[in-house]
Design a binder for this molecule. Structure first.
Ligand SMILES: [Zn+2]
Ligand SMILES: [Zn+2]
Length: 371
């Protein structure tokens, strides 16, 4: 038996998503769970696909930032049961490979082999289109549709008193941003932190820096509106790089020293090089932004060794979803991080293309699809 549902399907770059009828087996295979989505964020990574900056297989259900309720579980599933509220993880882990057992599940072998190629852990798809074609699911999730089948480790149980619209954002932007600050950069209270780019990831990096008590948090962006939002999430100083000299301002704000931590949260060549250029001696630049295919940056390797700088990447905030998702929910419900201000619009699935238009125009922070 199958379940039929509507999903926003990507078929070719630069065309609007089509909402079409698709189907999924209603009985989860062994080790998987069937989740009924209640909310999905619309993320910049979906836009990367939509405009052709990332090449992906088609047709594909986009969306990778979701929360919902477990509908049923497959044979052998032990950590989830029907009715559990869950946030979906786009790095489900095999729990056995060298990365999983050494505490870096984001780098799991199965994720790089399958989820990153928009497939299930057996290397196959789960969804079928009305024309019988196999449909990929973005990052193995495909949250722009009401149902999804994911490996047990791809659905993390959370408290059931958290609203789905806010919880969904933990599935990507919040974990990516807060995690880049807390897990990857390992910010200390004595650090001055710079965040470049105040979109969904950047604002969360800012509140991650606030969460761990960074002494000063400088936000940089080209938009005054985004810089105002940055202050809401904890920025103590802001730089509008469209009208201010970025390096001069950082120098001025840090007494000429530079910053201990710079988090790049846009994924552009210029901002990655800028993050690296304003580090204090011993500083670390964290690239959390997702870069378009083919971008190359240039750095001075003499300064790298001479000043013991670090340039590190952060994928999914170097998180351990099974631990970090429930913790982030807890922080939210205890008012230590702000998820409410991130949700600037709630829409139905049929209006998903409007969400991308607004994203292109830089309007709002996060649009959430509610099912
Ligand atoms: Zn995302
Ligand atoms: Zn693994």
């Amino acid at each position: 038996m199958t379940i039929e549902f509507d999903a926003a399907v990507f078929r070719a770059p630069d065309a609007p998503l089509t909402v079409e009828r698709v189907s999924l087996p209603d009985t989860p295979p062994p080790g998987e769970v069937l989740v009924r989505l209640k909310a999905s964020g619309v993320c910049h990574s979906d836009l990367h696909v939509l405009v052709g900056e990332w090449e992906v297989p088609a047709p594909m259900i986009l969306g990778h930032e979701g929360a919902g309720i477990v509908e049923s579980v497959g044979e052998g599933v032990t950590t989830l049961a029907e009715g559990d509220h869950v946030v979906l993880s786009w790095t489900p882990s095999c729990r056995r490979c060298r990365y999983c057992v050494s505490g870096r599940p984001v780098l799991c072998d199965m994720v790089s082999r399958h989820s990153a190629n928009h497939l299930s852990f057996d290397g196959r798809t789960r969804v079928t289109a009305a024309d019988d074609r196999d449909v990929h699911s973005f990052a193995g999730l495909g949250t722009f549709g009401q149902y999804t089948l994911v490996p047990e480790s791809g659905a993390i149980a959370i408290r059931d008193d958290a609203p789905f619209e806010q919880a969904a954002l933990i599935g990507c932007a919040v974990t990516t941003g807060v995690g880049a600050a807390v897990n990857t950069a390992k910010i200390r209270p004595s650090d001055t932190v710079l965040v470049l780019g105040c979109g969904g990831v950047g604002l969360n990096a800012i509140q991650g820096a606030r969460l761990v008590g960074a002494r000063r948090i400088i936000a940089a962006d080209l938009s005054d509106r985004k810089l105002e939002q940055a202050r809401v999430f904890g920025a103590t100083d802001v730089i509008n790089s469209a009208r201010e000299d970025f390096e001069d301002r950082v120098s001025q704000l840090t007494g000429g020293r530079g910053v201990e931590v710079a988090i790049e949260a846009i994924g552009l060549l210029r901002t990655i090089e800028s993050a690296y250029a304003v580090l204090a001696r011993g500083g670390r630049a964290v690239v959390a932004g997702q870069v378009a295919d083919g971008v190359r940056v240039s750095i001075d390797p003499f300064v790298l060794s001479d000043q013991e700088l670090s340039l590190v990447g952060s994928n999914y905030g170097s998180s351990k979803p099974a631990v970090d998702f429930p913790l982030l929910v807890e922080h939210y419900l205890n008012h230590r991080i702000d998820l409410d201000s991130l949700v600037t619009r709630v829409i139905g699935l049929a209006d998903v293309d409007e969400a991308f238009d607004e994203m292109k125009r830089g309007v709002g922070i996060r649009t959430v699809i509610k099912y």
